[in-house]
Design a protein around this ligand. Structure first.
Ligand code: ADP
Length: 615
């Protein structure tokens, strides 16, 4: 046996230690994550060794990590039954910086000068991070090789460390940490348990704290477990524990693939779009693990914006361990992961729609708006999203229909997809613009959410069919079905007189008054003067709160309507004639959702009632 030897740390290790010891980094708790991840690696390596070699020390010892706290002495001990280290390995591994990310950390720290503390969380700095909380550290290890001697390594964070023979009968590594005074908070079981839950819950080996017989961590990384070994209840449990959402998720997606990237993912679609008040998830984003180690709590680069409601975990072995977020992003792997994940989510949603229309409807009611936004915001995704869209229509107002279903029900010769934009489905269904369509059963999409107007900016076509508003004027290319009223029309001369009366009464408020061939049950409707102008865009401005003057419109009248026939019979220039004209115009504004002051109508309506009751 040799006596204790003193070694000097390599220059860069010295620098690193210096920064860590003097750092004011607030999340010092990550030191435990680093130690546990090293312990887990060591156990993994032993397990690998044992695949081919049974000649190891303590072959039957449980593969585990135990943490003990001595509050009075302010020490923590983390012990694993992993592969252990020989004397030379200890000197090699804990005397120099093994990780490239720690080197990168040093480079970045040099650039930043004094305040490098913010960088610590971004770069996993490995074992040395323990010096953020430690006065001294003693590592005692015994290699799996049956003939190896136990050794111990001791450092206080200055330039040197000591290595000496030690007594240790069991295989593995024990790390003893004397906490700095200002780190005494970590000498509490509950505190350590919390840190484990937060950062290391899915380490694949049991982590015990104190004398507990029950491990603190969940251990099984559910996403790495074979699908056929997982019960539905476990999927739900996992979701509950990671989100604290008390409602079961609508859907889980468990994905395991090796090409083109190695990837295990367990994704969830929540039942509600709103996060609950108690949710553990503070932001959108997926948890990103690399080989069971959490790299990013809220990664937003793994799915497109429009799928940001998806919760869960992604784990890829292709990601380098402990790399910074910046490095992850630039690694070229992220776009591949994103593509694979997005395709899978879309595929599963399409399958759900086929298999369980009711559930898909529930999904759509909650999350449809995200997809509509996606169409508005990202032209590249339009084709992917469109098959997932669902709409209510005038002929199917209670069910959600896909555009494919709409197309399959189109009338012979129908060349475009019709839609109506409105404030709400009931109002839309009563719109005079639907008269002709309702009369001959032509289907029209009801677009009654604010987001629909934005969606329309990105969705102009589906397959070969253009989308056209039914509220357009004649000549807009929408070629509506012919379905004029069967009632007799007002003779042309009389109708022209009537038009003049309207023009006189409404003056500048309309750009024109004319007959319509698209009205059946309704008296009148308002259309844009310019066939190319977009009532939808007007709505978008309104929703964006932009200065918004009511656009002047053309008032179209139904030449067969009894109301107009009776209006003509009224005494020339009578007051009633004028107020009825005013009311027809106001009602038309109202159904368009354009009326600036609906309450102003009350008085006029009362006068109309009085006139009606006089008879
Ligand atoms: P990294 O773990 O990323 O390689 P660290 O600085 O954290 O970097 O650790 C350096 C090396 O020390 C590890 O690669 C490993 O070989 C060795 N090591 C650390 N902790 C343990 C342990 N608990 N058991 C066995 N070897 C360990």
């Amino acid at each position: 046996m040799t006596d204790a030897q003193q070694f000097t740390f390599k220059a860069e290790t010295k620098q690193l230690l210096h920064i860590l010891i003097h750092s004011l980094y607030k999340d010092r708790e990550v030191f435990l994550r680093e130690l546990l991840s090293n312990a887990s690696d060591a156990i993994n390596r032993l397990r690998f060794e044992m695949l081919t070699n049974q000649n190891v020390l303590d072959p039957g010892a449980e593969l585990k990590i135990r943490i003990k706290v001595d509050k009075d002495n302010r020490t923590i001990t983390v012990q694993d039954t992993g592969i252990g280290m020989t004397h030379d390995e200890l000197v090699d591994h804990l005397g120099t910086i093994a990780q490239s990310s720690a080197r990168k950390f040093l480079e970045a720290a040099k650039e930043k000068g004094q305040d490098a503390s913010g960088l610590i969380g971004q770069f996993g700095v490995g074992f040395y991070s323990v010096f953020m909380v430690a006065e001294w550290v003693r590592v005692t290890s015994r290699s799996f090789r049956p003939d190896a001697q136990a050794v111990t390594w001791y450092a206080t964070g200055d330039d040197t460390y000591q290595v000496a023979p030690a007594e240790m009968t069991e295989r593995g590594t024990r790390i003893e940490i004397k906490l700095k005074e200002d780190a005494a908070e970590f000498a509490e079981d509950y505190r350590l348990k919390n840190i484990i839950h937060k950062h290391s819950d899915y380490i694949g080996f049991p982590i015990y704290v104190g004398e507990d017989e029950k491990p603190v961590n969940k251990q099984t990384s559910l996403w790495r477990t074979a699908r056929n070994e997982i019960k539905d209840e476990q999927y739900k449990d996992f979701y509950r524990q990671t989100t604290l959402d008390f409602e079961d998720p609508l859907l889980h997606i468990h994905m395991v693939t090796d090409a083109p990237v190695q990837l295990c993912a367990l994704l969830y679609i929540p039942a509600n779009a709103e996060r609950g008040v108690f949710s553990l998830r503070k932001e959108d984003g997926l948890k990103l693990y690399s080989r069971n180690i959490l790299i990013d709590e809220y990664n937003k680069d793994l799915l497109p914006e429009y799928l940001r409601f998806v919760q869960g975990v992604v784990d890829s072995e292709d990601l380098p361990l402990n790399v910074s977020r910046e490095t992850v992003q630039s690694s070229g792997l992220m776009p591949k992961l994103k593509k694979a994940l997005t395709n899978q989510v879309i595929k599963e949603l399409e399958a759900l729609a086929k298999k369980d229309a009711e559930k898909y409807s529930a999904f759509w009611s909650e999350f449809g708006v995200y997809f509509k936004q996606g169409i508005a915001a990202s032209p590249a995704d339009v084709e992917t999203i469109t098959p997932l869209l669902r709409f209510k229509t005038n002929t199917n107002p209670d069910a959600w229909s896909s555009l494919d279903e709409y197309v399959s029900r189109m009338k012979d010769g129908q060349k475009v997809i019709y839609y109506i934009v409105g404030e709400d489905p009931k109002a839309a269904l009563r719109s005079p613009h639907l008269d002709a369509f309702n009369a001959n059963g032509t289907e029209v999409l009801l677009l009654t959410e604010p987001m629909d107007s934005f969606m329309l900016m990105g969705l102009r076509k589906f397959k070969d069919y253009e989308l056209k508003s039914v509220s357009g004027a004649e000549g807009d290319g929408a070629e509506p079905p012919k379905a004029e009223s069967e009632a007799e029309k007002i003779p042309e001369g009389d109708f022209n007189t009537l038009i003049e009366k309207f023009k006189q009464a409404l003056g500048e408020r309309v750009t024109d008054v004319r007959a319509s061939n698209r009205l059946v049950a309704s008296v009148a409707r308002l259309v844009d003067a310019d066939a190319n102008s977009s009532p939808n865009l007007q709505r978008v401005y309104k929703y964006l709160g932009k200065e918004y003057a009511i656009p002047k419109k053309v008032l179209e009248l139904n030449p067969s309507h009894d109301l107009l026939k009776n209006l003509l019979k009224l005494e020339e220039g009578s007051e009633l004639q004028t107020i009825v004209i005013e009311q027809i115009f106001d009602s038309a504004l109202l159904v368009e959702g354009l009326h600036p002051d609906p309450s102003s109508m009350a008085e006029r309506v009362q006068r109309i009632m009085e006139a009606a009751l006089k008879k």
